[in-house]
Design a protein around this ligand. Structure first.
Ligand code: PRX
Length: 678
């Protein structure tokens, strides 16, 4: 879906028809033991108790000093939470659990190869390693509270250790998803003005070794082109004492963490008491322009929100073994592999590799062997596992009490396989709708208190008051079968603080659309615009239909079509490019690119592959287009806007509708024939 609404129907006008799915009650075995089984939670978090209701989440944390104001609305929409409070995120995730849980596994890390044993990192060991690396960041790399540090790390325990070490000193961490390219990492270093890069020599994926240090060398070069001098590259080693990269270490720039940490072995450093409003981390994400946005999350509100929602929705307790099969490089991992579970003193499982390695039984073997009882993943993974091994789960003797799905809409058929086969009808499912910007869950059922509905996320979370508006700001009431823009009427503690270095963009992207009065200090006038189309059923459950802007979700990963187009335009022969999301049975959507060449450029053999290669170089393998079509011209409106929706319909082999008002209507049929002949 694109923002080029000229001559198009807006999301808000689309009537959505689907079969209303029957409600399914949560299993009794789950309800009996649930953290939240008292319906008074809805009353406690109702609008009349807002914003004080969120003190219940903040009280799950240990504070150095208590806040004097729960919510400060003095400068909308830059809300402040738990103002006056002081705390440390690393202390809350690690130190405070030592008296009771010292010897309990905080993390269990599963390497991809089944020949390599899983590693348990106890809370005591996590404490030791976090302290040692915090000392490296401070004493060796010279970083202090408020500085930014960039990580380009895969799914290894050193990633949460690095995050918690930074948080211990108030250093703002900026983890770049491992599947993003060196160039993408360099851009994020430049935007955040970060001069220390933390990486690893290599890791394993799909049976192969990925040389990550080699990539770091390119990151340094690319950063230099952008005007950032990377002073230090800190390199963790995947195997102790052994270097598995082919890239030579650059003297005075590259350092092995194990070597520089030696003087700090066994030493500790006190956690820095941070203001609740001090930034905790940046997470870059895609939006409507080519430049990713540095979503800035605060310490107190964010931590309170993920601690509370983990407890309420994931139903996590210290005795649980919880596995969120996502990547820590995305917000799901930050909130629901690291900060949410660890503040709740749980055991959080991390897996290095891909779902189907070496066969589709792998995730269920991991679950059986580690005694996982709470499981969390994305619809793409569910679809993939179902296709490759529909009967595999029944061969393994794990028992889940709760399961979550996140990141993209799940179709009822895949939902039912998840429920019946993966969960063995014993586990409750929560379909959690939220975003990088929102810190934690926005819509979900409360698992012991509301029935499940396949394909629907459910109502707003406690204390979250969603609404659907049409393009003119009128509310679309429930039960109309009409999609509109889902918005959240109120602020909540997990909402981002701002976009790093770009407060105007923060206001214009998320608030200007439905703001009623730019001068108002009343939060009621500032609904949060999420950028998703949704429909609300008569019973109040929301079904998310997809993005209304230029963001696409590819296998649950968030990418911007404009970023892909910019990458394509680095190909000298290309004059114009349009990236669209094509429907895909397994991955939800995949990127497809249409290009028109510059006059005089002949179609050279292999140009499609060159273009694909350029996208991978600029953005990373996750953005690789499935198809590249070189076409005579791109369909445009008379004012020159590219009609991406027409191209998407052609790729999806759907009716592209009436195109007679376009500037070049004839080209549409030419393109259709070309695409459908392949
Ligand atoms: O379109 C929505 C989709 O993912 C987008 C946010 O992506 P990201 O910031 O990467 O965060 C993903 C993890 C929270 C949303 O705007 N989305 C997320 N969860 C769901 C979803 N779509 C449907 N159902 C969900 N449960």
């Amino acid at each position: 879906m694109t923002a080029d609404t000229e001559a198009e129907v807006s999301e808000a006008q689309i009537a959505v028809h689907w079969k209303e799915e029957p409600l399914i009650e949560p299993p009794r075995s789950f309800v009996k033991q649930a953290n939240v089984s008292d319906p008074s939670v809805f009353e406690r978090f109702s609008e009349k108790n807002f914003p004080q209701c969120f003190e219940e989440y903040a009280d799950l944390l240990s504070w150095d000093s208590r806040w004097h104001t729960v919510l400060d609305t003095g400068r909308p929409p830059f809300w402040k939470w738990f103002v006056g409070g002081k705390l440390n995120a690393s202390y809350n995730a690690v130190d405070r659990h030592l008296p009771k849980h010292r010897n309990k596994a905080a993390l269990i890390w599963v390497p991809e190869s089944e020949d390599e044993a899983a590693q348990a990192v106890t809370y005591q060991e996590l404490y030791n390693r976090v302290n040692e690396f915090a000392l490296v960041l401070k004493e060796f790399a010279g970083l202090n509270a408020g500085d930014r540090v960039t990580f380009h790390l895969p799914m290894v325990p050193e990633l949460p250790i690095s995050m918690l070490a930074a948080a211990r000193l108030g250093i703002i961490h900026n983890q770049v998803f491992g599947g993003f390219s060196a160039r993408a990492c360099a851009e994020r270093m430049e935007d955040s003005k970060s001069t220390v890069l933390v990486t690893i020599d290599g890791y394993y994926r799909n049976g192969g070794l990925i040389d990550k240090k080699k990539e770091a060398d390119v990151t340094v070069e690319e950063a230099e082109k952008l005007g950032i001098e990377v002073e230090k590259v800190l390199v963790w080693r995947r195997h102790p004492g052994k270097y598995i990269s082919r890239s030579p270490m650059v003297e005075g720039r590259d350092f092995f963490v194990d070597e520089v940490a030696r003087p700090f072995r066994g030493r500790t450093i006190a956690p820095t008491s941070m203001d609740a409003e001090a930034p905790l981390f940046l997470m870059y994400t895609s939006g409507s322009t080519g430049k990713p946005k540095g979503i800035q999350h605060r310490t107190g509100g964010y931590l309170a929100y993920v601690a509370g929602t983990t407890k309420f929705v994931q139903d996590l307790r210290p005795e649980d073994v919880y596995w969120c099969f996502a990547d820590i490089g995305w917000i799901t991992g930050h909130s629901y592999i690291v900060y949410g579970p660890l503040t709740n003193a749980a055991t959080s499982v991390m897996y290095e590799g891909v779902p189907l390695y070496p066969d589709p039984g792998r995730p269920w073997r991991i679950a059986e062997r580690l005694g996982v009882n709470i499981f969390h993943t994305a619809p793409t993974t569910i679809r993939m596992l179902r296709k490759a091994g529909p009967d595999e789960p029944s061969k393994y003797h794990y028992r889940f009490k709760a399961m979550t799905t996140v990141g993209e809409p799940i179709e009822p058929e895949a939902w039912r396989w998840y429920y019946e086969v993966v969960g063995k009808k014993e586990a409750v499912i929560t379909d959690t709708w939220w975003q990088t910007e929102t810190g934690g869950f926005l819509c979900s059922t409360m698992p012991a208190l509301a029935p499940m509905k396949p394909g629907s996320a459910g109502p707003g979370m406690p204390g979250i008051y969603p609404v659907i508006y049409d393009e003119n700001g009128a509310e679309v009431p429930p039960g109309q079968n009409r999609a509109g823009n889902i918005c959240i009427r109120n602020p909540w503690p997990g909402i981002m603080q701002t976009i790093w270095g770009d407060p105007d963009r923060f206001v214009s992207v998320y608030y200007s659309k439905y703001n009623r009065d730019g001068q108002s200090k009343d939060w009621h006038d500032w609904p949060y615009f999420a950028g998703d189309g949704a429909v609300q059923a008569a019973d109040g459950y929301f079904r998310i239909v997809g993005r209304v802007d230029d963001v696409i979700k590819v296998a649950g990963h968030r990418l911007g079509t404009k970023e892909i187009e910019n990458a394509v335009l680095t190909t000298p022969e290309v004059a114009e490019a349009a990236a669209i999301a094509m429907e895909d049975e397994l991955r939800g959507h995949v990127p497809v690119v249409y290009v028109a060449l510059k006059p005089g450029s002949a179609l050279m053999k292999g140009l499609e592959d060159v273009i694909k290669g350029n996208v991978v170089r600029e953005l990373g393998p996750i953005a690789r287009p499935r198809f590249v079509y070189v076409v005579p011209d791109l369909p445009k409106t008379r004012s020159g806007k590219i009609m991406r929706r027409v191209l998407a319909s052609i790729s999806d082999r759907k009716d592209y509708g009436d195109v007679t008002t376009l500037a070049n209507p004839d080209v549409v049929e030419t393109i259709r024939k070309q695409v459908q002949a392949t």
